[in-house]
Design a binder for this molecule. Structure first.
Ligand code: URA
Length: 223
């Protein structure tokens, strides 16, 4: 059971959205949202939140039992059945912040990257980088992007990643807007979204309100 809540009652929501409302995540997210939070502090908060999100999103990982010896006795003890079969895919560049936190908790996970930019004339996402591990068919994929605003990048990334046929696919973010959830699930209703919050909406530039600003700029200090 996920320790958050599953949204299905609001008209724009599909059932596949998990809001992880753990108090530690909510507290750290509030600190990250504050305009006066420094780049150094923002980065460490995103790492900490991502570790906590990783804990929730991996709740259903299968276990196997290995025979081990403690100093006192032998026992059949649970271990992850397939930790090396996890692949975390970062949507560049802001996905890197979540990736770093998740890798601290799951160091054996494999990693993929996808880079997209928006063509200024056609207004469609264009891929400029794509690298994922081999044997994706045998791997469970977690796609990470801190902000699902319009949802267009997430839709394009998952369109592309589905071509590699992962065994399963989940999307993890910090913040979403209702518009982004609706857009994403109109294309990929089968992909669950794990988020720390659903904000009010988008401004005219596609930024989440109240949001936390530009996640990439705040992570990398580029503004
Ligand atoms: N990307 C961001 O980094 N922030 C937003 O609010 C929307 C998209």
């Amino acid at each position: 059971m996920i320790s958050g809540y599953l949204l299905s009652s609001l008209p724009y929501m599909t059932a596949n959205v998990f809001v992880i409302d753990h108090p530690l995540i909510q507290h750290k997210l509030t600190l990250a949202r504050r305009a006066e939070t420094s780049t150094t502090k923002f980065r460490s908060l995103i790492t900490e939140i991502s570790m906590l999100l990783a804990y929730e999103v991996t709740r259903d990982l299968p276990l196997r039992y290995d025979l081990i010896k403690t100093p006192m006795a032998a026992m059949n003890a649970p271990v992850l059945a397939s930790d090396k079969k996890l692949v975390i895919v970062s949507i560049m560049r802001a996905g890197q912040g979540i990736l770093d936190g998740m890798l601290q908790l799951i160091p054996s996970a494999r990693v993929g990257h996808i880079g997209l930019y928006r063509d200024p004339k056609l207004l469609i996402p264009v891929e400029y980088y794509f690298k994922v591990p081999h044997d994706i068919e045998e791997r469970d994929m977690i796609v990470v992007d801190p902000m699902i605003a319009t949802g267009n990048s997430a839709v394009a990334a998952v369109d592309r990643l589905k071509e590699t046929s992962p065994r399963s696919l989940k999307l993890v973010c910090l913040l979403t807007a209702p518009e982004g959830i609706q857009n994403f699930h109109s294309h990929h209703p089968d992909v669950p979204i794990y988020t720390a919050a659903i904000d009010q909406g988008l401004d005219e530039n596609g930024y989440i309100i109240p949001g936390l600003g530009d996640a990439g700029d705040r992570l990398f200090g580029t503004k």
